[in-house]
Design a binder for this molecule. Structure first.
Ligand SMILES: *Cc1c(COP(=O)(O)O)cnc(C)c1O
Length: 460
């Protein structure tokens, strides 16, 4: 039996001795000791010391319906008893994966009607890379295999997803052959606030989108298979592109016959105030990547959504030699169904668009206008970033030994608020079920921590 009754010190000791953490410095964390999270309810998590912590990140951008929802728990319980596992490799299928596919076709963009399942966003992006190349192969253009994405994009952590992504510090973790697969190219991100220089947002949006055209011409359109992008870059720092960016990207993809793959792992399932980020930015993708909010993180699940046109080609190409033992896992897909139904029944997408999203953004805009450390508040729906700056006029950020975001995160930690620090931004992505009064609590705590940071830095 799992022992739930150890002391914090015991857990920290065993954690240090035996458990290797993702995206962490093992030595530093071992010395400090991990915070042990023991339970959760609604918008709050609880640690082993009894602290009640407001989860401004919904776990890792994923617990869209909040914690403790009985509907999802019951779906898992019933399915694990009914059929805990069966595969769909050899001409078999089971009800939950079929029903979830049908349900996804109703909520995803109109042309997306075919679904391939996996266990994580990284696996789904690997799947997309393989399907893109398979697609061009079937069409008799195997040279169209290079994939273009963006610097500072996050698409996951497997070898293909790391190569597809544009995180320099991930690319740098490698041996003599590096850590990247060949066949991936990166263009600059549409981050106007820090990279826009003297350009207006409009000029900058167009310029950054046109880098795609330049890259295609450099590589030759006959060698390029797809462009991948998140509607809003999440892990990169909630980078909301200028409004004209995505339409221009779409135009360029069409012009050069290049597939447009939209990574909806964070933006999907209501986060931006529509079912998908594609809807928010008016994009018509050929394929989409879904994970995180697809099951609200209750159980690992991801999916690739494929348009009718792309599927028609795949359908004519013989065997798809790709799949995972847990593709369309019955318990995971059953939870996925309960999750989508929960979002629908509680009108969470509409709530984010009309009530909670605007309420959060209004509070953050107030910080942008009045707080000495806040240069910009940006976001859509319930996905936002508070950009910390040294100089509000020039957009200069803290650098070198002074890490304002790190200081702020320490204050959040000590004040029972989860906000993530990415470069010099504080990131928010709370559960979509968060109430107006919980948002007020979040804003109040955020301001308190920003004030404490400003005092530490001597600017308040
Ligand atoms: C988290 C994330 C992924 C990777 O998902 P995993 O389930 O961690 O493999 C891919 N793309 C985006 C945009 C993400 O935020």
């Amino acid at each position: 039996m799992l022992n739930y009754n150890r002391t914090t010190e015991q857990w920290q000791e065993f954690d240090r001795d035996h458990h290797v953490h993702p995206f962490s410095d093992p030595d530093a964390l071992g010395k400090k000791g991990a915070r042990i999270i023991t339970k959760a309810e609604g918008s709050y998590i609880f640690d082993s010391e009894g602290h009640k912590i407001l989860d401004g990140m919904a776990g890792l951008w994923c617990v869209n319906v909040g914690y403790g929802r009985q509907e999802l728990i019951d779906a898992a319980d019933r399915q694990i008893k009914e059929l805990p596992y069966y595969n769909s490799f050899f001409q078999t299928a089971h009800p939950p994966q079929i029903e979830l596919s049908r349900l996804l076709s109703e909520v995803t963009p109109e042309a997306i009607n075919h679904f391939f399942f996996a266990g994580s966003g990284s696996e789904a992006n690997d799947t997309n890379v393989r399907l893109v190349r398979h697609y061009w192969n079937i069409k008799g253009k195997p040279e169209k295999s290079t994939i273009i994405s963006r610097k500072n994009a996050y698409h996951g952590s497997t070898l293909a997803a790391t190569s597809l992504g544009g995180m320099g510090y991930m690319h740098n973790m490698g041996g003599k052959d590096g850590s990247l697969l060949p066949g991936f190219e990166h263009i600059n991100q549409p981050f106007w606030y820090l990279e826009g220089g003297d350009m207006t947002e409009e000029e900058f949006g167009l310029t950054r989108a046109q880098e795609l055209e330049e890259k295609i011409l450099e590589l030759g359109a006959d060698n390029v298979g797809a462009f991948f992008g998140e509607p809003i870059q999440g892990a990169g720092g909630v980078i909301v592109p200028p409004d004209n960016y995505w339409p221009e990207i779409q135009r360029i993809c069409k012009k050069y016959d290049i597939l447009l793959i939209v990574d909806e792992v964070i933006c999907g399932f209501g986060r931006t105030g529509n079912w998908f980020g594609c809807d928010t930015f008016g994009i018509t993708p050929d394929m989409i990547t879904m994970a995180k909010g697809i099951s609200s993180g209750y159980i690992p699940l991801s999916a690739t959504g494929i348009s009718d046109d792309v599927f028609e080609v795949l359908n004519s190409g013989g065997d798809i030699n790709h799949g995972y033992t847990y593709s369309g896992h019955p318990v995971a897909t059953a939870v996925g169904i309960a999750n989508i139904n929960y979002i629908k029944d509680h009108k969470l997408v509409e709530k984010v668009r009309e009530e909670t999203g605007p309420h959060l953004m209004a509070g953050l805009t107030d910080l942008e206008e009045n707080h000495p450390l806040v240069g910009q508040a940006r976001g859509r729906g319930l996905m936002a970033a508070i950009q910390l700056v040294k100089d509000k006029e020039t957009h200069e950020i803290y650098s070198g030994d002074t890490d304002a975001a790190f200081i702020c995160r320490e204050h959040c930690f000590n004040n029972n608020l989860i906000m993530r620090a990415t470069d010099q931004s504080m990131i928010l992505s709370p559960p979509l079920t968060i109430s107006i009064s919980e948002i007020d609590e979040l804003l109040e705590k955020a301001k308190f921590c920003l004030d404490a940071t400003a005092k530490d830095l001597g600017v308040l």
